[in-house]
Design a binder for this molecule. Structure first.
Ligand SMILES: C[S@@+](CC[C@H](N)C(=O)[O-])C[C@H]1O[C@@H](n2cnc3c(N)ncnc32)[C@H](O)[C@@H]1O
Length: 294
């Protein structure tokens, strides 16, 4: 099978688990054997407990007889942790250097947020770009694509409603300009909800896409992104696979375009000759023009 599996790999001798993941792969095309087992084991076991199944074999039987459970499984084992302007310094660099440069040099911007969870990342970018366009009076068209593997997360992204906890990094001027406060009445208490403005919503489209199939995505999506953010997604997959995905993404970035990874991720060694790390302390990589220094 996959010889790149490490200590966080699937246990070789667990036939029940392998059959379960194979079934999910066949049904939904998502290959969880490429994920680090340690990142989803606890969540999978919780799912077993919640479905009153006692082992992977029983859970597979449950999946076969409850087709809705596959989406619940995907939702449960993928980690959706995100918030608006997550890691604010990255956004400061994007706002102060990267986006102004891109708005000046292009009439059209193509941006992709890979593993966009509930839309926090692509909407944060849309807010900053909207603000910058107003300030600089640049009339650049912008298309931001947010993709994720989890259909439920995407549904929420399209809805564009967030609670206060998701917005703690949002500056007050952005909160006042780009969100409307509404109420969410639950059974026990009422919480504040913030709805993103239609103007910001219209800058972002969402699509379900599995980054594991990045080779295929390379053939179907644009090959001319000026900016791709792939943050806190590849930490969950095996190292060899991270490199493969990054390599596919890098081919989809235009010359002088940017790739942003998460704080604890970095650019694969084989790609370092093709990018410069523009801000040493942040994981923002600029693609060199063809032929430059390679
Ligand atoms: C921890 S969140 C990161 C969200 C955002 N990029 C950020 O940094 O705040 C990881 C996201 O990646 C998504 N994801 C996991 N595996 C994926 C895959 N194979 N293809 C696309 N998205 C995936 C998860 O559903 C989740 O929404």
């Amino acid at each position: 099978m996959h010889d790149q599996w490490t200590e966080s790999s699937l246990p070789d001798n667990n036939i029940g688990l392998r059959n379960l993941l194979e079934y999910i792969h066949k049904s939904r095309g998502i290959d969880f054997t490429l994920y680090r087992f340690s990142t989803f084991r606890r969540r999978l076991e919780l799912r077993l407990a919640e479905t009153s199944t006692h082992n992977y074999r029983e859970y597979l039987e449950y999946l076969r007889s409850h087709p809705d459970e596959i989406d619940i499984f995907i939702q449960a084992v993928t980690i959706k942790l995100s918030n608006f302007f997550r890691d604010p310094l990255v956004y400061e660099f994007l706002y102060s250097y990267v986006l102004p440069e891109m708005l000046t040099g292009n009439h059209f911007l193509n941006i992709w947020s890979v593993g966009c969870a509930r839309g926090e990342e692509p909407y944060s970018l849309a807010i900053m770009i909207h603000d910058l366009r107003k300030l600089t009076k640049k009339s650049c068209d912008v298309k931001i694509l947010g993709t994720d593997i989890d259909p439920e997360a995407l549904k929420q992204a399209m809805k564009g409603e967030y609670c206060e906890d998701d917005l703690f990094e949002v500056k007050k001027k952005y909160l006042d300009t780009y969100f409307t406060r509404t109420q969410n009445s639950g059974r026990t208490h009422t919480t504040a909800l913030f709805r993103i403005s239609d103007e910001i919503k219209s800058m972002v489209t969402f699509e379900r896409a599995d980054i594991i199939n990045s080779g295929k995505l390379r053939d179907t999506l644009s090959n001319n992104y000026q900016l791709i953010l792939c943050r806190n997604v590849l930490i969950y997959v095996n190292r060899n696979f991270q490199e493969k995905v990054q390599s596919n993404l890098s081919e989809m970035i235009s010359e002088n375009g940017y790739l942003v990874t998460g704080e604890t991720e970095t650019l694969a060694g084989s790609l370092r000759d093709f990018f410069i790390q523009t801000f040493p302390e942040k994981k923002i990589f600029k693609k060199k023009p063809l032929g430059a220094g390679r």
